[in-house]
Structures are given as C-alpha cells and as structure tokens.
Ligand binder design. Structure first.
Ligand code: ADP
Ligand code: MG
Length: 328
C-alpha cells in the first residue's frame, strides 16, 4: 500500500486586513503519495500559489487557516518548533521567478552549498562536489564557472536550472514548483521542465506542480487538480483529463486551448470572467459561466465527491456528458 505524504483536508484560508478579511481558499482537499506528481491548474487568482504556500507552511502572517494539512502525518497548521522545522526541511520550493529568490550579491556556489553546510553539516569540499554533480545533472556544462558566477551572469533558464539543482540538493520528499517555467522562453521551458520531471522521478520525490497550462500539467503529472475561485472543482488522472473531464469548467478549459492540428484555430473562450473566492457564492462558483447550469446548482454548497483517482464538485456530474463537448 502506498503511503500518503500530503493530505490536505477541508482547508480554508482567509487573509485578514484592517478592513476585514478576504477568503482566498475554500474547502481545499488534496492528497499526494510518496513519489507522486500532482498538477494544480487554474486561471490566475484561482488560489494555486496560496495552496502551495499552505502546504509549504509558508502562509502569510495575516492568514487564518482552518481544516488540516498533514505532511508525513504531522498537521502543519498546529505544528510548532522542531516538528515544523523538520517538515520544512523535507520540502523544496521552486518559484516562477528565480531571480527574486536568490541573493544577487552571492556566488551560485555559496548559494548551493550553504544549506548542505549549515543544515546538514557537510564539509565545504564535499558540499562543492555535490553541488557540481547536481549542476551536471541539470544540464550545466561548465560547472566550475557556474559555481563562481553571480546570478546576474546567468540567463533565466540557467538560473532556473540552478534553482532545481538547489531544490534537489536538499534531498526533499516533496518539491513544490509554482509555475517554474512560465517566465522562460518556450524552448527553455520544455528543457527545464524535462529536467525537473526526470530528476524528481529518479529520486522518487513527490511534486506539486502549479501551472495555468492544462497540457503541461497532464504531461508531467500522474493526477491533476483543477482550481476555480479558491476551490478544487475536479481531481482526475491526467491521462483522462482531456478526454473525460468531469467538471464543466475543466471541459471549457480544455476546449479553450488552441488546437495546433486544426486547419482553423478553434478557441472557444469561456463566457464571463473568472471570479475570486471572496466574490463567489457559497454554491457552485462556476454556475454563472456554465452552459450546463440549472436552478439547483445555486441552491446549496456543492461538495467535492469521488475518490483519489477522480473527484468532482458538480451536482450534475453524473448526468452530463462532457466527453463529446469540443474535446479533441
Ligand atoms: N498577499 C496577499 N494579499 C491579499 N490577497 C492576496 C495575497 N496573495 C494572494 N491574494 C489573493 O488570493 C487569491 C489567490 O491568489 P493566488 O493563490 O496567488 O492565485 P494563483 O496562484 O492561482 O494565481 C487571489 O485572488 C489573490 O488576489
Ligand atoms: Mg500563482
């Protein structure tokens, strides 16, 4: 039996400010097994980054969270001190903008070896050897030069490779990657993604991969969760996501992708605009944009129902056929 590494259950997050509070996550539940990759997909503002911050125990100071976030059995919402520290060292985060997360006045070599030396008490020579080996693994050829360089001397793609090397050097159980390739050009994007995918598989590290790109999530993740207005509306095996979406929002997202094989581009935009968690009704948040809407969609809160391989938050899930609707 595979063991759960992460179990988020009924997580809601409100950001408090002087004027009141803003609900940003609503009843988020997800699980990750050891070594598994879960994609988190949704439009900007859906709550993807906030979910990752919650799992990494890095919620902003003004956040009030309810529910539970278990990591290796420990509830991160109540854990303090050594337990929290131990959980944090078992996770690595790779951000969208590597330049914002590396000290510009320190050399790459110092950045990469610091945690090994300070946290793991590895001596300097051994730490440098490990860093050099890891840089080779992420596809950097002149590793000695890279170690001596300052971040400003490296391209965005190179710097993101360094960040992936850093993430893996910590030998984490979980990597949280928040749109790690969005800031890169398309060719570099796929190279960097392939490296992250291969190395984390080899090392058996679990991945929570955040992206707004349904295809990219499906390509690298075992399962994909789709977020809308601070909620997860569907969790599905990635292989089935396009052909058999369970939620109308997922079907609409899939249909809105440009079809590169079609003679004329077909872009079925989703009518209306995405809503934020705090503006959404506590009934179905997608109802006002949904072509399958019925009065009962907006009478009561809709729970996420199903199991690990397929769950959906839609009262009509069992009666509507989304497999034919504009999915290529
Ligand atoms: N520091 C913050 N203060 C106030 N609101 C925030 C903050 N960070 C995020 N939000 C709001 O929380 C919601 C979820 O944001 P986020 O998780 O960053 O979305 P995503 O990553 O899916 O684009 C958004 O509506 C955003 O405006
Ligand atoms: Mg984000």
């Amino acid at each position: 039996m595979s063991e759960l590494l992460v179990a988020v259950d009924g997580l809601s997050v409100t950001l408090k400010n002087p004027g009141g509070g803003r609900l940003v996550l609503r009843d988020v539940s997800l699980t990750l097994e050891r070594g598994e990759a879960l994609g988190l997909v949704g439009e900007s503002g859906a709550g993807k980054s906030m979910t990752a911050r919650a799992v990494a125990a890095l919620l902003p100071a003004n956040a009030v969270a309810t529910g539970s976030i278990r990591f290796q059995g420990e509830d991160l919402l109540t854990a303090r001190g050594e337990k929290l520290r131990r959980a944090r060292t078992a996770m690595s985060v790779v951000f969208q903008d590597p330049r914002a997360h590396i000290n510009p006045v320190r050399r790459v070599g110092d950045f990469l070896t610091e945690q090994l030396r300070l946290v793991r008490k590895v001596d300097r020579d051994e730490a440098t050897r490990r860093a050099q080996r890891m840089l080779t693994e992420v596809g950097i050829l002149d590793t000695a030069r890279c170690l001596r360089a300052y971040p400003s001397a490296l391209s965005g793609g190179m710097l993101q490779r360094v960040m992936i090397a850093s993430a893996l050097l910590a030998e984490p159980k979980l990597i949280l990657a928040d749109e790690p390739t969005t800031a890169l050009d398309v060719t570099t994007q796929s190279e960097v993604m392939a490296i992250l995918d291969e190395l984390r598989r080899d090392a058996g590290v679990a991945l929570l991969f955040i992206t707004h790109d349904l295809d990219l999530a499906a390509a690298v993740c075992d399962r994909t969760a789709v977020m809308y207005a601070g909620q997860i509306v569907e969790t599905q095996e990635s292989a089935r996501l396009h052909a058999e979406p369970a939620h109308p929002y997922t079907a609409a997202l899939a249909a809105a992708r440009p079809d590169l094989d079609a003679p004329t581009p077909r872009l079925a935009a989703i009518a209306g605009r995405p809503v934020s968690a705090w503006e959404a009704a506590d009934t179905c948040a997608f109802a006002e944009r949904c072509v399958h809407r019925q009065p009962r969609c907006t009478t009561a809160p809709v729970p996420l129902t199903g199991d690990r391989s397929r769950s959906v938050r839609c009262v009509r899930a069992s009666e509507i056929d989304l497999t034919q609707k504009g999915i290529r």
